[in-house]
Design a binder for this molecule. Sequence first.
Ligand code: URA
Length: 206
Amino acid sequence: MSALEDLKRQALLCTGCRLVEGRTQVVFGEGHPDARLMFVGEGPGADEDRLGRPFVGKAGQLLDRILEAAGIPRESVYITNVVKCRPPNNRAPLPDEAKLCTSLWLSREVELVRPQIIIPLGSVATQYFLGQKVSITKVRGQWFEWHGVKVFPMFHPAYLLRNPSRAPGSPKALTWRDIREVKAALDQLGPKPDRVIKTAAQDPLF
Ligand code: URA
């Protein structure tokens, strides 16, 4: 069993916070275990909770179309979330839930997959990687760095579903520009270096 599979095995047993009460199952990240590109959403919705996979509902289908349009195969990337259990009524994760879940699982996922580019989708994931409260509208489409990894925030696909206009300057038009910039950055990366990413991961408690 790989270290990532072992991490998933442990995460599936997690009862570390109150989200355990409303979840059907833990939704761990999925995708290429050695991906160069990692997408991080907020948390599972109803479809993800039911199926046990991230980004498989309406927002996930839009993410699939965005990736396909940019020529980035979904199987080549790794997709995960800040919290691995569905918050009740799709509310945003509370700070203590996000803090525990990221320190146990997301930081280790990053350390094991070693992506060269991380795309936080929406403000919850962006705030985690930027370490401060920020408005996604202000920071999307810009490059940041987190423990030596490039970070490029983008709008959450659920936000795009609520704002379907394709007019110049619309969230959809900006997202199209952003994903092409990501593809161009990916195409310029050399061979994946063997570097170690050290985050503030905690040892699992289980
Ligand atoms: N929204 C998210 O943030 N994550 C998912 O997995 C699905 C929808």
